[in-house]
Design a protein around this ligand. Structure first.
Ligand code: GLU
Length: 302
């Protein structure tokens, strides 16, 4: 068993990220597997080594240490580009010249089958002449996956059965950088990841990732999508909501061990004021007791 936590190093980890990391770490430690951290730093503008160090320090402060050196996606572009080559050889790749705005304006209203923001397929049937014209206009193409109405059912350890369609997802951005769905599949596959724990905002992208796994001959990991943490106003927890990082909480006199106990309590593993270490929680953990509802924080918890 090999699990991983895969944050984007674009800021400090907040309680929601830390809780997801803890579930991943506990799942692996309870089974005696290996736990890895992968920095999803595809976006070179927002990612930084400062945030990476800060995130690793937060994980360590709660007692979570990776078993192997940290892997950075930015160092693996050749592997991602090889995978795009494999898809290209299958006739599965096409160039897309659409701007964000064009996609937004043309996007189909979300319906049951496709993930939100699904690409409407505008550039699918461009002729060579039309592509040349776009290039003359100075547009650079992104690369998209040519899908064929595929659907996938995911048997998720927390979210249950999820069935969804797949759209023509971006494989490579117009600036040549690999896109998230492609990179995550390639890296999980090549790193031998068997268990993926992450926020349930990514559940609807999982059928896309299942298709990419199939096309690239990579195994399907066992998924566990953990409900998000909500702020008192009912929106997804973010920095603006108050004391949400270990540093913020420490400044209010809440130490890492107290944060750990709160996270453990939110997973039903301890009392919120119990003096526990991460190791103490391992024998108490069961993936099927992770709550299926979001953890809704009260204003006095922030
Ligand atoms: N890097 C993604 C995030 O920070 C997580 C991707 C994943 O776990 O598959 O939301």
């Amino acid at each position: 068993m090999r699990g991983r936590f895969a944050p984007s190093p674009t800021g400090s980890l907040h309680l929601g990220n830390l809780r997801t990391a803890l579930v991943s770490w506990l799942q692996v430690r309870a089974e005696g597997g290996e736990w890895l951290v992968r920095m999803e730093d595809l976006d070179r503008v927002t990612s930084s080594p400062v945030h990476e160090r800060d995130q690793l320090a937060s994980l360590a402060a709660l007692g979570m240490h990776p078993d192997e050196p940290v892997v950075r996606q930015s160092e693996r572009f050749p592997l991602h580009h090889d995978a795009i080559g494999t898809l290209r050889a299958q006739g599965r790749v096409y160039e897309c010249f659409c701007t964000r705005r064009e996609i937004r304006d043309a996007a189909q209203a979300p319906h049951g089958d496709l993930p939100e923001g699904a690409y409407p397929g505008t550039c699918r049937q461009l002729t060579e002449g039309q592509r040349a014209e776009h290039r003359r206009d100075g547009r650079r193409p992104a690369l998209r996956l040519r899908t064929d109405g595929e659907r996938f059912t995911v048997h998720d350890l927390v979210a249950g059965t999820f069935d969804g369609g797949v759209d023509d997802v971006v494989l490579q951005r117009a600036d040549g950088v690999p896109a998230y769905n492609l990179a995550v599949v390639v890296d999980d596959g090549l790193q031998g990841i068997t268990h993926v724990v992450r926020g349930d905002d990514l559940l609807s992208s999982t059928p896309r990732q299942r298709l990419l796994q199939e096309l690239l001959g990579l195994p399907e990991p066992q998924y566990a999508h953990v409900p998000l943490v909500l702020a008192p106003d009912g929106t997804r927890l973010a920095k603006r909501h108050g004391a949400v990082t270990l540093a913020d909480l420490a400044a209010r006199g809440v130490g890492a061990h107290q944060v750990l106990a709160r996270l453990g309590a939110s997973l039903g593993l301890c009392a919120a004021d119990e003096p526990v270490s991460a190791d103490d929680l391992v024998p108490r953990f069961r993936i099927d007791s992770v709550p299926h509802e979001p953890w809704w924080l009260a204003s006095d918890q922030l």
